[in-house]
Write a protein that binds this ligand. Structure first.
Ligand code: NAP
Length: 244
């Protein structure tokens, strides 16, 4: 029970990586606020069936008011906030010359500005407690770039800069901030990718398989726990060696 007595808020917790993180946190003893634009009832039901504590929250991370509301729900219900995971993310891919203003702005708003809004409100109770863990979910694409994903890659590269700045700004108050950069993880987000692409990932990654949401969740548990107390501002790549 590495997160016994802790309270967490996970964005994008209705499916995929966010759901796996919320479920893993709860199984380690944390009470978990689960946020998504549609209320993540299935995630909360899964946690409660296993004897854990969770609350569902409907909200859009790109709205500052929804970010305030989400933190308020968690602090009101569970009395504190120890861990924030900025996981909510979207793609709207397209070649740069054809990319619309809307596709550029929406991806930046959700993936990067959303993490800023959530961090700004979640940091308040953490600063009062003089302790906290913030884990951001970026992507290896934010480190390497990707044709057809200029908006997504820029948003994820931005998350790395946000993470390092938060680590520097809040380190003296006992708050750590780290970023996980996953490679190819099997979720709804990657479901539409071609069979050829999947096979190429399996062939290229030294570990010879696609990632599972639990591969990312296991690292998030470590970064949220006391075991990572002396780690901050770091990018942890979880990609089976794909980017080597
Ligand atoms: P996913 O299956 O598409 O799930 C995305 C989650 O984010 C859903 O719960 C969705 O819920 C929520 N969400 C989307 N927009 C939101 C908003 N504006 N406000 C609040 N919640 C929102 O994606 P995933 O594959 O699990 O990815 C999770 C994170 O990992 C993302 O940041 C993604 O960029 C990153 N990542 C994924 C991979 C991969 O291979 N899968 C690789 C690298 C990085 P609603 O539908 O209810 O809004």
């Amino acid at each position: 029970m590495r997160l016994e007595g802790k309270v967490a808020l996970v964005t994008g917790a209705s499916r995929g990586i966010g759901r796996a993180i919320a479920v893993s946190f709860a199984s380690e003893g944390a009470a978990v606020g689960c946020l998504a634009t549609k209320p993540p009832a299935d995630t909360v039901a899964e946690i409660e069936r296993a004897g854990g504590r969770a609350v569902e929250i409907a909200g859009d991370v790109s709205s500052p008011a929804d970010a305030e509301f989400a933190v308020d729900v968690v602090v009101t219900k569970f009395g504190r906030l120890d861990i924030l995971v900025n996981n909510a993310g979207i793609t709207q891919d397209g070649l740069l010359l054809k990319m619309s203003d809307e596709a550029w702005h929406r991806v930046l708003e959700v993936n990067l500005t959303g993490a800023f809004y959530m961090t700004r409100v979640a940091a308040k109770p953490m600063l009062k407690q003089r302790a906290g863990r913030i884990v951001n979910i970026a992507s290896i694409v934010g480190l390497s770039g990707q044709a057809g994903q200029a908006n997504y890659a820029a948003s994820k590269a931005g998350l790395v800069g946000l993470t390092k700045s938060v680590a520097k700004e809040f380190g003296s108050r006992g708050i750590t901030c780290n970023v996980i950069a996953p490679g190819f993880i099997e979720t709804d987000m990657t479901e539409t990718l071609s069979e050829q692409m999947r096979e190429s990932v399996i062939k290229t990654a030294p570990l010879g398989r696609l990632g599972q949401p639990t591969d990312v969740a296991d690292v998030a548990v470590f970064l949220a726990s006391d075991a990572s107390a002396y780690i901050t501002g770091q990018v942890i790549v979880v990609d089976g060696g794909l980017s080597l």
